[in-house]
Design a protein around this ligand. Structure first.
Ligand SMILES: *[C@@H]1O[C@H](CO)[C@@H](O)[C@H](O)[C@H]1NC(C)=O
Ligand SMILES: *[C@@H]1O[C@H](CO)[C@@H](O)[C@H](O)[C@H]1NC(C)=O
Length: 334
């Protein structure tokens, strides 16, 4: 009798674990043709500032995908992108994968699906999840492979945009406001990563930020650049993107701006112009004759406007130049 109970118990247990595993599989569904295609693609990178999606930027990706299989990855949320992207163009299929653990991020099936994509988009959410679940996994390697080796278009919005640079705001302790960062550049909320996650063309020594104007993020992005100089010894660069706006970076490093807001290309103003004071517990002071950080702003448009060359980090056309500086914790523009 005990023996039979034992067997029944074990059969139930394995049935349960089978069901749990099935449920743990990452696909939130696919629209289009589930027989994958192989298409020739061209590389590109899209930084979207969150809020309403920018149709033209998605179409730009679909075009570069050669109408192939489009994969969306996320760590929370729904399959809402599937039909949205499918209806915008000629994608053979659109599939969303929910990858919400390091175990799933190392799953061979996930790896195969990502590597099979002709375009890949990272949804919004919380970038701390992407760092906690994806960094150091097969997902990280597959994303780097897609953009650098297979040369497919990759994009992300909001949190999905925040992890695309060689340096990134990991938000491991939550978000940080401009005033918190400017008042103390080593505030515990200023959590940065560098050179240990994604490695995409033209985004070396670059940190990205989204929801830029609506959440008043200039001060924090300038602080991130100061910290990049202080900690990594580099001339820090940043791209701030407004909501409903997308920066599309071509395979040759030239970018243009789609959508209804503005994109901001920031750089420390040359190697000598390091922050005067960037230490823990004191307000940031980065003055340099009011020219600490050089900025080029391009207002987006439906057909894509302006041109900024990321290979040389120099403006080409269609924008306005400014400087940002920080006077003992207060941001100024000149
Ligand atoms: C899906 O694609 C395959 C191969 O490209 C094709 O043979 C098949 O007919 C397609 N299925 C549908 C439902 O269109
Ligand atoms: C994508 O391709 C279509 C069809 O060729 C074209 O009409 C559209 O302008 C392209 N969109 C972008 C953003 O490149």
């Amino acid at each position: 009798m005990d023996c039979i109970k034992f067997i029944v118990y074990n059969v139930l247990l394995s049935a349960l674990s089978f069901l749990c595993e099935a449920k743990g599989k990452p696909s939130l569904g696919l629209v289009g043709n589930s027989t994958g295609v192989t298409r020739s693609t061209s590389g590109g990178t899209v930084l979207v500032g969150g809020g309403t999606d920018v149709d033209a930027a998605m179409q730009w990706m679909i075009n570069k995908s050669g109408c192939g299989d489009f994969v969306v990855i996320r760590a929370s949320g729904t399959d809402a992108y599937n039909s949205y992207i499918y209806d915008l163009g000629c994608a053979n299929s659109v599939e969303t994968l929910l990858i919400n653990s390091p175990t799933l991020a190392n799953d061979p099936e996930v790896d195969t699906k990502i590597r099979g994509a002709e375009a890949l988009f990272i949804a919004g959410g919380d970038q701390a999840d992407y760092v906690n679940y994806w960094k150091g996994t097969k997902v990280q390697d597959a994303l780097n492979y897609l953009r650098n080796v297979k040369k497919v278009p990759i994009g992300g919005t909001s949190a999905g945009c925040a992890i695309l640079g060689q340096s990134y705001f990991s938000a491991l302790k939550g978000s940080v406001t401009s005033s918190q960062a400017l008042t103390n550049p080593y505030h515990t909320y200023v959590t940065l990563g560098y050179n240990d996650f994604l490695s995409l063309p033209y985004l070396s020594n670059v940190i990205t930020d989204s929801h830029f104007s609506s959440r008043d993020r200039t001060g924090r992005l300038v602080t991130f650049l100061a910290r990049m100089n202080k900690e990594y010894g580099v001339v820090g660069r940043g791209i701030g993107v407004d909501e409903s706006t997308a920066v599309c970076i071509e395979n040759d490093g030239k970018s243009k701006v789609f959508g209804s807001g503005t994109a901001f290309f920031l750089s420390q103003n040359g190697s000598p112009n390091t922050p005067e004071t960037c230490v823990s517990g004191s307000p940031l002071h980065w003055y340099r004759n009011r020219q600490a950080v050089i900025v080029y702003k391009i207002a987006g448009s439906q057909l894509g406007s302006g041109s900024f060359d990321l290979t040389t980090w120099s403006p080409v056309s269609g924008g306005v130049s400014q400087y940002y500086y920080v006077d003992h914790g207060t941001l100024g523009i000149s």
